[in-house]
Design a protein around this ligand. Structure first.
Ligand code: NAD
Length: 522
């Protein structure tokens, strides 16, 4: 089979960066270059502070990028046990590079990963559902114009079924008669556990055309993965199945979340307990326990857009019943947030005027600083309609700029940020909670976890210990917790914290009554 010496990855985002780093780490003989048009992002990848936060990522990137190994990087590697290869070698040559020189890198590579963004179209035909292929088309055009004949092109981005054909058509249009191989290798990593997922994937799907060159290309990619993934987990399949299996996987995971959330709504009206139900049904081996925590619903940049893409695909194929079936998963997701936000408002006597709401956690799940598609945004949007005096948001990782960008996208007309608007983003949870009428815990960050022993006493936030895994922050918080009183806060913690890979938060809005009411009457 073809042996890959130089690999290019177009797109230095949440998928491109970590994937390239892990491949480079395990294939020290392959020169891996990640390219992006975004110079700021590339500079961040080259620098000390990586543009994305993922547990273990610093370690992997530095080992491959800087050739740091052995004792030098040991302190950073402590938490990451599965790092045998880098630990064994005390010296290694750097083989991971980041660059904005897209065309030059493309021209020098034997294999090119395309991991550019494929969001939902916001206007035009299929707006709100169809996949926006602009970035992918641009990347393929660059490949068509600059790559050497025979280069292997790998779809890493999540794309609609039959995108391989579209890529072929673009290549043929720009380089008629030149042959390229196209593979589909969807990425199943989850934000927050990206390094772990890449290091120990459940499976690696390789979709290829059933031609000799297709199989050769697939073998070349399989060899890169086989450096650390058991061959039994590397599955070569038909290219269209491969494209469709990524959308299907995300749709099925999201569907479980919407299914259990629909049951949570019934529970709240009947006295049944959704966590008991989830536990009971999860013990059935046919169902399994994962993705069964009721919550605010799924968030993040993938689930909603991938289901939208699937419904659009079904509709374009003349299958309205199939489209309607999957659309319902999104409907249920929206219903859940709406329900939670409205329960917050009703527990505050149906008015937020003159009141302050603290929001702990903005990211769609813990351990990521990705502010895109957060369920918190929908909750905030509904709360804003009630004209609260202020909404103070604290998140340990999401940057202020990212949160503000997301909030402004909801309403570009009105100024919602302080000093003219009600929303402020604060740098510690105590400032957020001070003098608030309600504290909403909207991300399952460990630092917001309540100690079991404190669950019964929920009328004052200072009586809750912040618990969790990030040692230094938490010590400070515990220390401060004794000092900063948070009078009369109503704690609205949806107690179910999902453990899910893909997304979601917590729901079961067990609302505390206004402070006058003692805890027992909840
Ligand atoms: P991202 O937005 O973080 O990164 C995409 C990058 O591609 C951006 O930095 C952008 O500047 C760059 N780019 C776009 N067009 C380019 C071009 N022509 N040349 C060079 N650079 C270009 O996106 P992401 O979250 O990494 O997702 C990438 C793909 O992977 C999407 O299709 C997504 O659905 C899929 N995916 C994402 C995840 C996830 O958890 N984020 C998981 C699995 C799959």
């Amino acid at each position: 089979s073809v042996s890959v010496q130089r690999l290019c990855c177009i797109g230095a985002g949440y998928v491109g960066g970590p994937t390239a780093a892990v491949i480079a780490l395990h294939n020290p003989h392959v020169r891996v270059t990640v390219v992006d048009r975004d110079e700021k992002r590339i500079n961040a990848w080259k620098g000390k502070h990586l543009p994305i936060h993922e547990p273990g990522l610093n370690d992997v990137v530095r080992a491959a990028r800087d050739g740091l190994c052995g004792r030098k990087a040991e302190h950073e590697r402590r938490d990451y046990a599965n790092h045998a290869q880098a630990r064994e070698e005390s010296v290694r040559q750097p083989n991971l590079f980041f660059s904005t020189a897209c065309t030059q890198t493309i021209a020098e590579s034997d294999m090119i990963f395309i991991s550019v963004n494929t969001p939902t179209k916001v206007r035009g035909v299929g707006a709100g559902r169809a996949t926006d292929m602009t970035a992918l088309e641009g990347a393929v055009r660059d490949v068509a114009m600059h790559a050497r004949p025979g280069t292997i092109l790998v779809e890493k981005s999540t794309v609609p079924c039959k995108t391989g054909q579209l890529i072929k058509d673009i290549l043929e249009a720009y380089r008629p008669g030149v042959s390229f191989s196209i593979l589909s290798n969807p990425e199943f990593l989850s934000e927050g556990t990206a390094v772990r997922d890449l290091m120990r994937p459940d499976r690696v799907i390789l979709g290829c055309e059933s031609t000799i060159s297709g199989h050769r290309a697939a073998a070349a990619l399989a060899n890169l993965y086989a450096a650390w993934v058991p061959r039994s987990k590397i599955a070569p399949i038909n290219i269209w199945s491969s494209e469709l299996c990524k959308l299907t996987a995300n749709a099925m995971l999201a569907q479980r979340i919407s299914s259990i959330n629909s049951i949570s709504a019934i529970c709240e009206r009947t006295g049944a307990d959704v966590s008991e139900i989830a536990k009971s049904i999860g013990m059935d081996a046919r169902i399994g326990p994962q993705f069964l925590k009721a919550g605010l619903g799924f968030g993040g940049s993938c689930f909603r857009k991938d289901i939208a893409s699937l419904t659009y695909l079904a509709e374009s194929l003349g299958l309205p019943e199939v489209a309607a079936y999957w659309q319902q998963v999104i409907t249920m997701n929206n219903f859940q947030r709406d329900r939670f936000a409205r329960s917050v408002i009703s527990s505050l006597h149906n008015t937020l005027r003159g009141k302050k709401i603290a929001i702990l956690g903005y990211a769609f799940k813990k351990d990521t600083g990705d502010a895109r598609e957060s369920p918190a945004l929908d909750v905030i949007r509904i709360l804003l309609e009630e004209n609260p005096n202020s909404i103070a948001i604290f998140d340990p990782l999401c940057s202020e700029a990212d949160i503000v960008r997301e909030l402004r996208a909801v309403d570009s007309e009105t100024e919602i940020m302080q000093p003219r608007g009600p929303v402020e983003i604060v740098s510690d949870p105590y400032t957020a909670c001070a003098d608030s009428n309600a504290v909403l815990v909207l991300t399952d960050w460990d630092m917001f976890k309540l100690r079991k022993s404190n669950r019964a006493v929920q009328s004052k936030v200072e009586e809750h210990q912040f618990d969790g895994a990030a040692p230094t922050t938490i010590l400070q918080l515990r220390h401060k917790a004794d000092k900063i009183p948070v009078p009369a806060a109503t704690l609205l913690t949806p107690p179910h914290t999902p453990d899910m890979k893909g997304a979601s938060l917590e729901t079961e809005a067990r609302l505390m009554p206004e402070p006058a009411c003692p805890p027992e009457c909840v």
